[in-house]
Design a protein. Structure first.
Length: 230
């Protein structure tokens, strides 16, 4: 077999990241050599998702892929600026480019502006974006996620789009039926974020249990912790 092209996967630990990894592993021409996740340094949690760093580590071990963390600083308690983020990301990606990695994969589905932003930044490093889920129908995609045997819980919701009682619910057909009609089934517009704890890419499930809820700037988070069993 010819050498496979190395791919770094932008990894949030959520549904779309997991599906992107699944799709990439179906392609004989690619080899996912690492998962890159941004972490809020002050909190030790996945940026935007609020999942504990330890659970992220357990998840990466379970899917059998090396994990690389990009720690994002805060500015007197406020999130780092876009300029800081771009500079830190470029510095991190350049370490991969020097190793001969030129492809960075993302789980984006239809947000044109976000894809353009990613591709522009990658081009400055002589790298290219890979989007295995691009333009797929989000209703069909989330049903495929369920049918493949993936399991995930909602860990963050936009309080203006979804009430907090959706937190901690597993992504299944009952959840999809309960989503308001203006919410994308995959949460592609930021309506919700998830944490995947089992599925076809997992060597073993990551046991989780749901904790307390926290509200921050109109977003609601659930605190997941490790559990002895699912």
């Amino acid at each position: 077999m010819p050498n496979r092209e190395p791919v770094l996967l932008s990894w949030s630990g959520g549904k779309d990241s997991a599906l992107a990894l699944y799709e990439l592993r179906q392609e004989a021409r690619y080899e996912v050599i690492g998962l890159l996740t941004t972490i809020a340094a002050d909190y030790g949690r996945i940026s935007h998702h609020g999942v504990r760093e330890r659970l992220l580590e357990r998840q990466a071990e379970a899917v059998g892929a090396p994990l690389d963390k990009l720690y994002l600083p805060s500015n007197s308690g406020r999130p780092c600026t876009n300029e800081q983020y771009a500079a830190l990301l470029a510095e991190k990606l350049w370490t991969y480019r020097r190793r001969g990695v030129s492809l960075v994969a993302h789980g984006d589905i239809f947000l044109e502006d976000l894809r353009a932003y990613r591709e522009q930044n990658l081009a400055q490093l002589d790298m290219r974006g890979l989007f295995p889920l691009w333009k797929l129908d989000t209703t069909k995609l989330v049903h495929r996620f369920i049918e493949l045997g993936f399991r995930a819980v909602l860990v963050c919701v936009d309080g203006q789009k979804l009430p907090s009682h959706f937190l901690g619910r597993e992504i299944d057909t009952a959840l999809l039926n309960d989503l308001p009609p203006d919410v994308d089934p995959c949460g592609e517009n930021g309506e919700y974020h998830s944490f995947v704890f089992d599925g076809p890419i997992f060597e073993r499930a990551v046991p989780v249990q749901v904790g307390e809820t926290v509200e921050r700037e109109s977003r609601h988070f659930i605190d997941l912790t490790e559990a002895n069993h699912i």
